[in-house]
Design a protein around this ligand. Structure first.
Ligand code: GLU
Length: 300
């Protein structure tokens, strides 16, 4: 089997414990089978990406021993590839320009597709949307942790592929680049589980291969919410004792049952054990993940 995985953070800030768990799972899943593990920085939205954040992410991954293969892959200069993909979708009748503003359709759960048969307000700036009603439906796939999934992209709405301000949207960029990088396995947080139908639809329309998917239970903070930059999850530390303790804790969170004696062991030793013992079956399902009751060590 040829395995190629990836970690694809958006550099909107430093990595936190939740991102460590996702990066670590993806890394271990690849290394356990002797596969490759690539790093892609998803910096398509410059206003959301403070200067220096991408560098901080690289330093943090290195501190935790999560060494990627090959050069770092950046999305900021991939505009031509995204434009080609959008042109292809348009020629297939699967993408359309849309002048509507969020305010105009605020009484609807998802965008009702008003511009599908022609822009409603010509001359105004347009976003580009996916014809989710005309693509592959329903979308079925077997998630390696969450099992069989069957979702109708049309019920999720005509997702934006290119924004009114000209910036590329995540759904299109991720699909084009996963294919370009030859990714066989996607391991990422369960918050992206319901994005997968659009991505599968785009892969199908563009004739791209289908990767395997493993979505991970989300790490919840003391408030029961997903750990995120928005709820001020502390950035991962870089100092060795704190890194060791947090790596051990991430392995526990992933249900890998590392021996307690490993908690203070050097990063390389912990990773060696974790690569050899990686078990997807050990990963707890979403509802079993205990909230972190106290701040992670090193960040009291
Ligand atoms: N860039 C996305 C994020 O940071 C993850 C993309 C993916 O793994 O598909 O949430």
């Amino acid at each position: 089997m040829s395995y190629r995985g990836r970690f694809a953070p958006t550099p909107s800030g430093a990595l936190h414990f939740g991102s460590l768990v996702a990066a670590l799972a993806s890394f271990l899943d690849a290394r356990h089978v002797g596969g490759e593990w690539l790093l892609r920085i998803e910096d398509i939205d410059p206003p959301r990406c403070p200067p220096g954040a991408a560098d901080t992410i690289l330093r943090q991954l290195e501190a935790f021993g999560l060494q990627w293969d090959g050069p770092v892959y950046w999305q900021h200069d991939r505009g031509n590839a995204y434009a080609d993909a959008l042109a292809r979708l348009e020629s297939l009748g699967l993408a359309y320009p849309c002048s509507c503003s969020r305010k105009q359709w605020r009484d609807h759960a998802v965008y009702p597709g008003w511009c599908r048969d022609g822009v409603r307000e010509p001359g105004r700036p347009v976003a580009w949307r996916l014809r989710s009603d005309l693509g592959l439906r329903p979308v079925r796939w077997s998630d390696r942790l969450f099992g069989m999934q069957c979702l109708d992209p049309a019920a999720l709405g005509d997702v934006v592929l290119k924004r009114k301000d000209g910036l590329w949207a995540y759904q299109l960029a991720v699909v084009v680049d996963d294919a370009e990088q030859g990714i066989s396995d996607i391991v990422r947080g369960a918050d992206l589980l319901d994005n997968t139908p659009w991505q599968r639809q785009l892969q199908h329309a563009l004739g791209l291969p289908t990767p395997r998917y493993l979505h991970l239970p989300l790490v919840l903070g003391p408030d029961g919410q997903k750990l995120s930059k928005q709820n001020l999850a502390p950035p991962l530390p870089l100092d060795e004792p704190a890194v060791r303790a947090l790596l051990h804790r991430a392995l526990l969170t992933l249900g890998q049952a590392p021996p307690p004696s490993l908690a203070t062991a050097p990063v390389a030793e912990q990773l060696r054990w974790a690569i050899a013992h990686w078990r997807v079956a050990g990963i707890p399902h979403r509802h079993d993940v205990a909230p972190l009751r106290e701040p992670p060590p090193g960040k009291q």
